[in-house]
Design a protein around this ligand. Structure first.
Ligand SMILES: NC(=O)c1ccc[n+]([C@@H]2O[C@H](COP(=O)([O-])OP(=O)(O)OC[C@H]3O[C@@H](n4cnc5c(N)ncnc54)[C@H](OP(=O)(O)O)[C@@H]3O)[C@@H](O)[C@H]2O)c1
Length: 407
């Protein structure tokens, strides 16, 4: 029997605790939303419950283990949606996706592990279609601002001009925040796996890696690694570290929605710098730093050395860093024939991107799946293709992620 709307799986982890804190603060435990904490360690989960100000009368604690499929099957039967923060997902996430896909239970997570998502789609899409489970990866900073930003700017273009843009550009203008140990562990695990299996690197480099295999071509090429001048923004630009994930998600959305923006649609992401010589120098510096970091990370011993300087699992930016953090993104939709009709949108977050804002985006995605009566069938979706305007409203109204039209 489905006792709960949502289970927060991994509530003892750094991000899981933030999701639980947000749900308890915003929705409490005695209202319309029935939810509980879940993970592998009862004592830790009970401590999280106390830390967020709840008691055993408010919130249940459920225990299972990511390595024990039967325990996951029992767990997921009790809920409509599982909201998972247990990562690295390629290490700990496969059984849970399988259990949800088989049981018809909706699922959302924070993975940015493209090769793992590809595997999950290949292995469990038919089970999810048959059972009705809606599986939605990438419901955090990767890739909600990108995927929902494109949806928003294209909706605006269509409302104003009756056409869709054939090209959308995402430009990260400014952001402040840090990394958690779980994110570091996920990046390291992905590089370790790629070192042992060259096909993983091929998947990660493929611009349409998440598209259905019979629809995985288009005009977009590999992610840019250089500094370049962007005439549309009159400013210099450099690579954006999340582009390798976000662009794949946006392109999958296009394919799942049957190409509403046309087969010639192009999408790219970059970090925006200033105009003039200072902008040029900082764009070159960022692109060199990104390439150096990628090369060092590709080499096992250097990767492990770098990892020692970064947070361990369970650690991450403190409350002040999260509260003082933010992100500001510009999303430009280019009108197909008339540049004076281009639409510039902003996506702004009121907390640090990776944790304060991510926890709210994930929690609202889970509630959207549980409560918003979406007309979405079972299968592997993206945030925009699964939840569309319903999620846009929730992000704007509740999550401090504002989508606005600048011009
Ligand atoms: N896309 C984004 O924007 C974004 C943002 C933030 C985080 N993330 C991703 O979210 C994931 C979590 O990050 P984090 O920093 O919160 O990690 P974390 O603090 O290390 O937490 C990991 C969680 O996984 C649990 N876990 C580990 N092994 C398990 C097992 N065998 N069975 C059940 N639970 C198990 C841990 O339980 P214990 O407490 O019992 O050890 C803990 O609750 C990472 O993959 C990270 O990359 C993505």
């Amino acid at each position: 029997m489905q006792t709960y709307d949502i289970l927060v799986w991994g509530a003892s982890g750094f991000t899981g605790k933030l999701v639980a804190e947000y749900l308890y603060r915003q929705y409490g435990s005695s209202g319309d939303l029935k939810w509980a904490l879940a993970g592998r360690n009862r004592k830790k989960l009970q401590a999280v419950r106390t830390a967020i100000g709840a008691s055993s009368e408010d919130l249940d604690v459920l225990v299972a283990d990511a390595a024990d499929l039967e325990s996951l099957r029992e767990l997921v039967q009790q809920t409509r949606v599982v909201c998972s923060t247990v990562g690295p997902y390629a290490q700990y996430g496969t059984g849970l996706v399988q259990a949800c896909a088989e049981a018809g239970v909706d699922y959302c997570d924070l993975t940015g592990e493209v090769h793992w998502m590809r595997q999950m789609i290949e292995q469990h899409a038919s089970a999810a279609s048959a059972s009705g489970a809606r599986i939605v990866h990438t419901c955090g900073f990767d890739s909600i601002p990108s995927d929902m930003g494109v949806l928003f700017v294209q909706q605006t273009m269509f409302e104003r001009h009756g056409v869709y843009a054939k090209q959308v550009k995402y430009r990260a203008k400014d952001f402040k925040g840090g990394f958690s140990g779980g994110t570091v562990a996920s990046m390291l695990n992905m590089m370790d796996e790629a070192e042992n299996d060259p096909t993983i690197n091929e998947i990660m480099q493929h611009p349409y890696a998440l598209n259905p295999s019979d629809d995985n071509g288009g005009l977009d090429g590999p992610d840019r690694k250089d500094a370049f001048y962007d005439e549309d923004f009159s400013a210099w630009a450099a690579p954006f570290m999340m582009a390798g994930i976000n662009t794949r998600v946006v392109r999958r959305t296009q394919a799942l929605m049957d190409h509403p923006y046309g087969h010639e649609f192009r999408y790219d992401e970059a970090t925006l710098m200033k105009d003039g010589p200072i902008g040029a120098v900082s764009a070159v510096a960022l692109s060199l730093a990104t390439s150096t970091m990628m090369s060092a990370n590709a080499f096992g011993p250097a990767r492990r050395l770098i990892a020692r300087m970064l947070p361990s699992p369970g650690e991450g930016p403190d409350q002040a860093e999260r509260e003082n953090g933010y992100f500001k993104i510009a999303v430009l939709a280019k009108h197909p024939t008339d540049a004076s009709k281009n639409i510039l949108a902003h996506v702004d977050g009121d907390k640090d991107p990776g944790y304060g804002s991510t926890a709210k985006m994930l929690a609202e995605s889970a509630i959207c799946l549980a409560k918003d009566g979406l007309n979405t069938q079972g299968g592997f979706w993206t945030p925009a293709s699964a939840m569309g305007s319903a999620l846009l409203r929730r992000l704007n109204d509740n999550a401090g992620v504002k989508f606005t039209v600048a011009t």
